[in-house]
Design a protein around this ligand. Structure first.
Ligand code: URA
Length: 222
């Protein structure tokens, strides 16, 4: 019995953390309407960006040049989520504009889409020094903002690029090689992990698998 209650509390905590990540930090009392006319809870990307501000909440602000919030279509049905800004992104304040970014642009175009039609963001919004891997606290700190972006855009599909993106979104430590190409659910949004373009630059023979994943995504988009 105690075990059941503990499990219930743990599930409830996870759910409340998820809602907080989506920008919902109050719940209506029973019988109240959550969304009375004129009191819409809908927010825009501009508002999320404003809330992020010139973020100095966490340690990466000390070494970054710019915040890389994300860019693209606010109404995109397909969203790409990478790891974090590198050198070029940090300088330009835009996601995926370096060598890996150029490859991502080609991947997007290979299925007759454009960068303007999709939305591109990252798990973390500030470049880690020397492009080291993002640390767990950095990922967790940025997570509420990413979840707000997702909840505004409400894409049909998220393509998670690489290990950090896939593992963070799917809350797993399973390897990307096992996750890639499969379909997962994130609160009603389909998630398809695939290899990160930077990995493809080092391992071009794996491009074929990404091509398969992109074909699957386009099929699902209809
Ligand atoms: N790699 C990423 O994961 N994101 C970028 O924006 C650039 C490179």
């Amino acid at each position: 019995m105690d075990e059941n209650i503990n499990e219930l509390i743990s599930d409830l905590k996870t759910y409340l953390e998820y809602l907080k990540g989506m920008g919902i930090d109050t719940l209506p009392a029973s019988g109240m309407k959550a969304d009375e006319p004129g009191q819409s809870t809908m927010i825009t990307l501009e508002e999320v960006r404003k809330e992020l501000g010139d973020c100095k909440r966490w340690k990466l602000h000390r070494t970054r040049k710019t915040i890389v919030f994300g860019e693209g279509n606010e109404k995109a049905t397909l969203m790409f989520i990478g790891e974090g800004p590198g050198y070029d992104e940090d300088v330009q304040g835009r996601p995926f504009v370096g060598k890996a970014g150029q490859l991502l642009t080609k991947i997007i175009q290979s299925v007759n889409l454009s960068r303007e039609e999709v939305y591109i963001a990252n798990i973390i919004k500030c470049r880690p020094p020397q492009n080291r891997n993002p640390e767990l606290d950095e990922i967790q700190n940025c997570h509420p903002f990413l979840m707000k972006q997702i909840s505004v855009i409400q894409p049909k599909i998220i393509c998670a690029l690489g290990t950090f993106s896939a593992q963070t979104l799917l809350k797993t430590d399973t390897k990307i090689t096992a996750l890639r190409g499969k379909l997962y659910d994130l609160e009603g949004i389909k998630v398809i992990p695939t290899y990160h373009p930077a990995f493809l630059l080092r391992n071009p023979e794996r491009k074929r698998e990404v091509w398969e994943d992109m074909k699957k995504i386009v099929e699902l988009l209809g």
